[in-house]
Design a protein around this ligand. Sequence first.
Ligand SMILES: [Zn+2]
Length: 412
Amino acid sequence: MVNKTRGLNVSSIKLRNRSLILRLLRDRGPLSRREMALLSGLTPAAVTNLVNEMIDQGILKEVGMAQRSSKAGRRRILVDIDKERKYIIGLNISTRTTSVGVSDMDFNLLAHEEFDTGGDRSPAEFLNEISSRVMQMLWKQSITKDDVLGVGVGIVGSVDPESGQSNLAYGIWSQPVNIRRILEESLEIKVVVENNVRALAVSELSLQKHLGVSNLIFVKHSPGLGSAVIINQSLFYGSTDCAGEIGHMVIERGGPLCRCGQKGCLEALTSAEKMIWEVKELMRRGETPWLNLNSDEKSLVMEEIVEAYEVGDVGVIRVVEMALEYLSLGIANVMKIFDPQRVILYGPLFKSDQIFQSILRKIDQLVPGSNSSSVVQLSALDSDNKIIGGLSLVLERLFFETGATSIGGKTA
Ligand SMILES: [Zn+2]
C-alpha cells in the first residue's frame, strides 16, 4: 500500500494498534474494552490506554452499557467511533458529469451537487471551480475546514494514488493533471485521489456484509466497463497501475473498434453505449415491439433496456443476451486467474434479477464448480450516492489506515 504516514510523530506500533481498534469498531459496531482486547490480541491495559486517548481526542465515545452475558458477569461500557464529529467531502469526476457533496462519517449526505464535466475550461480552472463549490457548501452547512477529515476524489482512467495525479482520463483531459496538488492548494484540506472503480471497490469491501472477505473483484458496468482487484484486503495495482482493466481485454479478435484503439475489447462488445446503439438500430427497424410502443429512440437509456428485457421484448433480449455472453466470458476468465472469494457486480444492468440470474447461469457453465451464486453478488452500495467511492477513500486512507492520528494532535 501507499505509505501515507510519513512525518507523523507516532510510533508505527502505536499507529497500527490504533488502526486495529478502529477497524474492529468499523466491522463489528460498539464493543467493550474487554471485547476489543480479546478480538485484537492486545493486552487489556494497552487497549484501555489507546481507547482512553482516542476518547480524549474525540475520535471514540462511550455509548452505553452492554447486556450482561451471565448473571454474574459485570456490565461493561461500550465504546464506538464518534461519527458525528467529523465530515467528509466526496467528489466523482466522470466523462459527462461531476458530483460533489459533503457527508458525515456514516455517509449521510448533508449537501450534494451535480454539474457538467465538459466545457472549455482548463483542468486548473475546472478544479478551482470545484473548490469554490466545496467552500460554499461548507459555509452553508456551518462546517469549518478543521471539521473536515479530507476530500476523496474518484475519477475515470489511470491514477497515481501516491502523488494524486490523474495520468490519463479519456474524454476529460488529455494531459496528466495533479488533482491533489491543485485542490489542496485551494482548499487547504487533505485530498486523496483514486480511480473511480477502485474507490468503489474500497467502499464495497468496507461494508459489514463482506466480513472475512480478503480477495474480491469489483466489476462496474455503465457507461463503460471497468474493474478493480482487491487481494489480501488491499487494492492490486499491477506494475504500471493498470491491473483490472477488464474492459480492454480482447475477447473477439477483429471485433468492433474500442475507444482505446484496439478491436474486440470486452467494453466495445458490452458497454451501455454499445447496447443502446444496437437496440436503437432494432427500434428503427421496428424489431423491438415493447420499446417501439413505450420509449423514444432518441432519448433511450439503459434503464429502459433493462425494463424491456424484463417484460420480454424479443429484440432487446437478443441484444442483452449477446452482451451477457461476452460479459460472463470476461468475468469467468478473471475468476479463473484470481480465484476470488467474491465478484461484485455494480451498475443498472445488474439490478434486474432476471439479468443477474442469466449471468450466473452462464458463469456456472464457464467455471464449473465455481459455486457462482455465492461468489458472484450484486453490489450492496447505494448507486444513487455518486460520491460514495470518494467518501470511503477518505475514511480508509485518512482515518482507518493512519489510526486517525491526524485528529486530536497530541498522540506521541
Ligand atoms: Zn479497449
